[in-house]
Design a protein around this ligand. Structure first.
Ligand SMILES: Cc1ncc(COP(=O)(O)O)c(C=O)c1O
Length: 421
């Protein structure tokens, strides 16, 4: 009898609200064969692929527009500056930020969180102040706060999660006291796929007068984000996880916080005037963008945002949800598979273990079948500790993935099981 997975892709699949075949044709890398098999790229939570319009935009910038920005009156500098600032406006619109100056370019999510740790944490927090994080955080939303704890004597309080990977909201509420100064939580868990109820969590924190930083690295590529509706104080994400280039990310911050915060780095472009006696900092966002930024990458991110906006984030989300539901059903039907992370609301991520097989072996054999998944602790060791496992294999989906690729994954896992039987 064929598996439900294999049977399903041969039936007519639900069609995404966009033309999947046209979308796939936009991604040259998806045509690769790996080990003689068609590539099934299911490692999008680590880094997604770039479509041709983003690649074309990067080439156009490098061949016709490249120069340093904000500094000269010549044609190329003005063109590059307009493209760089234009990309900022695209991001502003994409996340519905109230003002353009609330959008700061960073190197990625990690850099954005470290910026807030420095600018808000070091400047405004002291001994005994408390920061609430969750058990579902990526290391990049834990370690910076631990560094602050070392330096300033702050305390970290942790929201625990259920066996399904859902945060315990009563426990969250109980963590607040007069020392609570920041909540730093992930929107979507990279290890489990849980979508946290961040809107309610933000309103709760605000009722206590506490600002909230949201790590949106795994949310911005998959969900429609409206920072005004969420009312978050900070929201961070990375270009390379949302069809854009590496080396670029975004920190959204409410203007009143950004204005209060100290700059992260000193140097060119972040100043209005410098003398040996006194330096006056530039206005936001430039106060946080010292030195020559990754201009090409920022413009590439603008093109990625255009691409996603054209597909429509609601359509992207709906299609990825179909893939996740299908993959979850097919994997759960296999004996010896443990799905790690079974929250009611999930996005894009399917973490699993195969009984008796180390996840690295699962990943290696899947690679022989052309299937790219991530194996390991996913930079979320506290999540692994919570579930009592060292690692998982993780398949993660993007808008260009197909049911056939899920079938390829499931067939690969069956092969793993046969080899280790
Ligand atoms: C939830 C989450 N936060 C933060 C990061 C760090 O992102 P970056 O390495 O792009 O800074 C990642 C990367 O996997 C992530 O999944």
């Amino acid at each position: 009898m064929s598996s439900p997975a294999l049977a399903r892709s041969q039936r007519s699949a639900p069609t995404p609200a966009f033309d999947l075949q046209r979308v796939r044709a936009d991604f040259p890398i998806l045509r690769l064969k790996v080990n003689g098999k068609p590539l099934a790229y299911l490692d999008n939570a680590a880094s997604s692929q770039m479509p041709q319009p983003v690649l074309d935009r990067l080439i156009r910038y490098q061949t016709q527009e490249h120069s340093n920005i904000h500094r000269a009156v010549h044609y190329l500098s003005e063109t590059a500056t307009a493209a760089y600032e234009g990309a900022r406006r695209k991001v502003q619109k994409f996340i519905n930020a109230r003002e353009e100056r609330e959008v700061i370019y960073t190197r990625g999510t990690t850099d954005a969180i470290n910026l807030v740790m420095h600018g808000y944490g070091r400047a405004l927090l002291g001994c005994g102040d408390e920061i609430i994080v969750s058990q579902l955080e990526h290391h990049s939303n834990i370690v910076p706060w631990q560094m602050l704890r070392e330096e300033r004597g702050c305390k970290l309080r942790v929201i625990p999660c259920t066996d399904a990977g859902e945060l315990l909201l009563d426990e969250y509420h109980a963590l607040f006291n007069e020392h609570t100064k920041l909540v730093a939580i992930t929107h979507v868990s990279n290890a489990l796929g849980t979508v946290n109820p961040i809107k309610a969590m933000i309103s709760h924190a605000h009722r206590h007068g506490v600002p909230v930083l949201v790590d949106g690295a795994q949310a911005a590529p998959h969900l429609a984000i409206d920072v005004q509706e969420l009312d978050c104080d900070f929201y961070c994400f990375s270009g390379h996880k949302m069809l854009g280039p590496t080396g670029i990310g975004i920190l959204y911050g409410k203007a009143h916080w950004l204005e209060k915060m100290q700059p992260y780095q000193g140097g060119g472009d972040m100043i209005l005037s410098v003398s040996f006696d006194k330096t006056t900092y530039n206005a936001i966002p430039h106060k946080f963008e010292a030195g020559t930024p990754p201009i090409a990458a920022a413009i590439g991110l603008g093109a990625a945002v255009d691409y996603l906006s054209e597909l429509g984030m609601h359509a992207v989300c709906a299609w990825e949800h179909e893939l996740l539901t299908y993959a979850t059903g097919a994997m759960a039907a296999l004996p010896g598979i443990r799905i790690v992370g079974t929250a009611a609301e999930k996005a894009s991520v399917l973490s699993f273990t195969v009984a008796g097989v180390h996840p690295h072996d699962v990943g290696t054999i899947l690679n022989e079948e052309g299937v790219a998944v991530r194996t390991g602790h996913h930079c979320a060791q506290p999540v692994m500790q919570r579930f009592g496992i060292p690692a998982t294999a993780r398949a993660s989906f993007a808008c260009y993935n197909t049911f056939q690729e899920v079938d390829q994954l499931v067939a690969g896992v069956r092969r793993v099981q046969k080899m280790f039987a």
